[in-house]
Every structure is written in structure tokens, then in C-alpha cells.
Design a protein around this ligand. Structure first.
Ligand SMILES: C[S@@+](CC[C@H](N)C(=O)[O-])C[C@H]1O[C@@H](n2cnc3c(N)ncnc32)[C@H](O)[C@@H]1O
Length: 251
């Protein structure tokens, strides 16, 4: 199984084997909320695959890995972990950068920041400096994996409209309900739109989401499986622990 080049809040590293084991037969596989893409990078490629996320910088990174992996690798050789470099990248105006430069910047910020949030330089007293910027070997494999994949940068509802067929499998891993974290808003309105869209598709869907009374109500007509996950993004010991997540399917 391949490992993604970045971490992302809510990434499905711990759940991916379970999710993959539950995927139905499909010809077209669509990830609506790609993030780091743990499931995509772990599963066997389907005939047609689509990855989508609304985050422009994130999608630009995967496009650059797909089309310009050797150049991204070459540029990464010159970077090392440092608070001053981190701040320079963070304050850089992306309008002046090439797409390759933007990908390198994003990779740097995400791998060198606390909890991969690109906000604050990540340092520790019992962890080594972020090393994931040296991904030379893996970029080649990731590039191969991405070769036959459509890379989209739209909001999820447009992707559902475009790719829904009887033989399509949608994997939906939206931002958690009532948990802050991503740049764009994803509240009850967006969650209900997702539920309504998924309720009316021709194809199949598998959705992962945090266990919440409202979420259970929204998806009460579908199959709901409860799973426990260890979650450890917080520095605070008391905030770490086991969380319940739900896996919802329409098959
Ligand atoms: C929980 S993360 C996905 C994690 C991913 N499954 C993984 O394993 O890394 C949710 C993602 O949804 C994206 N997102 C938020 N709103 C969106 C929208 N309206 N349409 C598509 N993607 C969206 C965020 O940018 C974020 O990357």
C-alpha cells in the first residue's frame, strides 16, 4: 500500500484497511474529499478513478506530482526544516509563483507545520524535525499511481453530478460535523446537501463521518457501521483517545 506524501487533518490512515475491505465492485471510483488520499493510495486501481478536493493548493500539489514529479523532487533537495524558511514560505504571495513552486511551498508548509495545518512551525522535544519533504522514492510511485486518474478541483456536489453512473463508487470523507479545521465552511447546510445528493445517486456510496446524533438521524435510511479510532492530533494528552466514527453505505 502506498503512503500519501502529506498528512491531513481527518486523514484515514487508521481506517483505510476497513474502508477498502468494504468497497463494492466498481468501474469508476470517485473520492469526493481527497485530502491526503489514504484510501485511494491504499486500494487497487479501478478502470477509471477521480480524485477531488476543493483546496486549490492541495490539488495543485497532486497535479504537479502527476505531471512534474522529477522537478518537484529536484527543488525539494534544497529545502531543510527551519522556522525562518517556514515563515518566508507562509508569507509568500502565491500569485507570483509557478505551479511547481506552489507545490513545493505547500509541501513544505504542510510537512513542517504543527498538525499539518500550515499555520505554525512544528517543533518538538521528543520528535525529530519534519522529514517528509525528502520523498524522492515515493514521488515516483505516486506519479505512477496518479497516471490514469482525473484530478478535479470542484465542490463535491458538482463531482457527484458529473460522475454518477450505476457502476460508480463514491467515497465521501467530508470534514467532521461540528469540528473546526478547514479553510472553507462545512456546516449543517453542506452536510445536508451531501446527504441529499448521496440519497439520489444511481451508483454506490461509502461515507465516513464522526459519530453524532444528527448524523445518525440524517443517514437513518442507510447502513451504518460504528468503528473506534485512535486519534492523536492534539498536543494535550487529555484530548487524545478513542473516537467513534460511522461508516455509512447505500449497499
Ligand atoms: C476529512 S478530509 C479528507 C481526508 C482524506 N480522506 C484522507 O484520508 O486524507 C476532508 C477534505 O474535504 C475537503 N473539502 C472541504 N469542503 C469541500 C467541498 N465542498 N468539496 C470538496 N472537498 C471539500 C477539505 O479540503 C479536506 O481536504
Amino acid at each position: 500500500m502506498l503512503k500519501p506524501p502529506i498528512s491531513r487533518m481527518g486523514g484515514k490512515s487508521k481506517l483505510r484497511k476497513t474502508i477498502i475491505s468494504m468497497l463494492p465492485e466498481h468501474i469508476c471510483y470517485v473520492e469526493l474529499f481527497f485530502g491526503a488520499g489514504w484510501v485511494y493510495f491504499g486500494k487497487q486501481p479501478a478502470k477509471v478513478e477521480v480524485i477531488n478536493d476543493i483546496d486549490k493548493e492541495l490539488i495543485n500539489l497532486f497535479r504537479m506530482i502527476k505531471y512534474h514529479a522529477p522537478e518537484v523532487e529536484r527543488m525539494l533537495q534544497y529545502d531543510f526544516s527551519g522556522r525562518d524558511i517556514f515563515e518566508e514560505y507562509k508569507n509568500e504571495s502565491i500569485g507570483n509563483l509557478t505551479e511547481i513552486n506552489r507545490a513545493v511551498r505547500f509541501l513544505y508548509l504542510i510537512t513542517q507545520s504543527f498538525a499539518s495545518k500550515c499555520g505554525n512551525y512544528g517543533y518538538g522535544t521528543n520528535t525529530k524535525p519534519g522529514q517528509q519533504i525528502f520523498y524522492t522514492e515515493t514521488l515516483k510511485n505516486l506519479k505512477e499511481r496518479l497516471r490514469n486518474t482525473y484530478v478535479e478541483n470542484l465542490s463535491f456536489e458538482k463531482i457527484i453530478d458529473k460522475y454518477d453512473r450505476e457502476y460508480t463508487c463514491f467515497f465521501a470523507d467530508p470534514p467532521y460535523f461540528e469540528t473546526a479545521g478547514y479553510a472553507n465552511d462545512f456546516g449543517e447546510k453542506e452536510h445536508l446537501l451531501l446527504r441529499n445528493k448521496l440519497s439520489n445517486i444511481k451508483g454506490k456510496f461509502i461515507l465516513t463521518i464522526n459519530d453524532h446524533e444528527k448524523v445518525r438521524e440524517w443517514y437513518k435510511d442507510f447502513n451504518i457501521k460504528e468503528v473506534q479510532v485512535n486519534y492523536s492530533v492534539s498536543r494535550e494528552k487529555k484530548a487524545r483517545g478513542k473516537y467513534k466514527e460511522l461508516i455509512v453505505t447505500n449497499y
